[in-house]
Ligand binder design. Structure first.
Ligand SMILES: Cc1cc2nc3c(=O)[nH]c(=O)nc-3n(C[C@H](O)[C@H](O)[C@H](O)COP(=O)(O)OP(=O)(O)OC[C@H]3O[C@@H](n4cnc5c(N)ncnc54)[C@H](O)[C@@H]3O)c2cc1C
Length: 237
């Protein structure tokens, strides 16, 4: 199946931009990052200024404000050259940023989404545990209220982006009863634990954390404003 005939002019331009980016930045190091089992931090850092880390996120949260088809195009173009890099983008967007946007309160959206959508921070999603994968109800991680915060206690595995993510959406149990799960964003204090959780499990979550600044490539995301295009620093922390 091809989507090409269904694209409007803006989407076609966007596809061409992502295609160029993937060919120039993703393809050349795809084999290398697999062989070295390292996280392509430099590639993710370049995606932020292009708007690729917030494609379907509204502009009011510093996203590109583009449609889901554009997001799918980006995944497809990047996956053509490197499936694990595309998975990092998908986990960041679909498993972390979009759930906060869909289920978070306004305070949580304002606090977490702009950094994620702009690429200043990378996101991840922690569901899987040694005994809980398809069977999410078997989750053992606990979330216990401690005043205004929650204390998370548990262990996750196979978490894409874990070694570099600063924001995690984590599933946890809030009561002892089977089937009661909560999901909430947590910040970089959890990220260091997350690094240990998933270290060396996938090529997309194995490297030592590094910080990179932005490239100067011009963004061409459909719906992205010029102010959002201008030189924001990007990096994963
Ligand atoms: C590349 C990659 C990236 C990942 N990234 C993340 C991530 O970012 N965050 C995260 O939380 N997890 C992540 N995971 C983990 C993934 O979500 C789990 O592997 C998945 O949920 C399956 O769980 P499991 O491995 O425990 O397998 P199981 O749930 O034990 O399943 C094993 C087999 O049994 C089958 N099965 C399970 N239940 C049933 C049933 N009721 N009926 C019939 N068949 C069944 C499954 O189809 C499968 O074939 C990632 C995995 C991979 C491979």
């Amino acid at each position: 199946m091809t989507l090409a005939t269904d694209l409007n002019e803006e989407q076609a331009l966007f596809r061409d931009m992502v295609r160029d980016f993937a060919r120039e930045e993703v393809g050349p190091i795809a084999s290398q990052i697999d062989e070295e089992a390292r996280f392509p931090a430099e590639t993710l850092a370049k995606m932020g200024p292009l708007g690729l880390l917030g494609i379907p996120i509204p502009e009011e949260y510093e996203g590109a404000g583009a449609d889901l088809l554009s997001y799918q195009i980006a995944l497809e173009e990047i996956a053509y050259h490197c499936a694990s890099t595309a998975l990092s983008l998908a986990a960041h967007t679909s498993l972390c940023t979009l759930p906060i946007l869909a289920f978070g309160n306004e305070d949580q959206k304002k606090r977490y989404v702009p950094d994620l959508a702009s690429g200043r921070k990378l996101g991840a999603f922690g569901l899987t545990e040694s005994q809980a994968g398809s069977d999410a109800g078997a989750t053992r991680t606990r979330a216990v209220r401690d005043g205004k915060t929650w204390i998370l206690n548990g262990s996750k595995a196979y978490i894409t982006n874990a070694s570099h993510a600063a924001t995690f959406v984590v599933t946890a149990r809030t009561s002892g009863r089977a089937g009661r799960l909560a999901s909430a964003p947590s910040s970089s204090r959890a990220a260091s634990r997350g690094s240990r959780w998933a270290r060396r499990r996938t090529s997309s979550g194995t490297a030592r954390p590094t910080r990179r600044r932005s490239s100067s490539r011009t963004a061409a995301c459909p719906g992205r404003t010029s102010s959002a295009r201008r030189g924001r620093a990007s990096g994963t922390s």
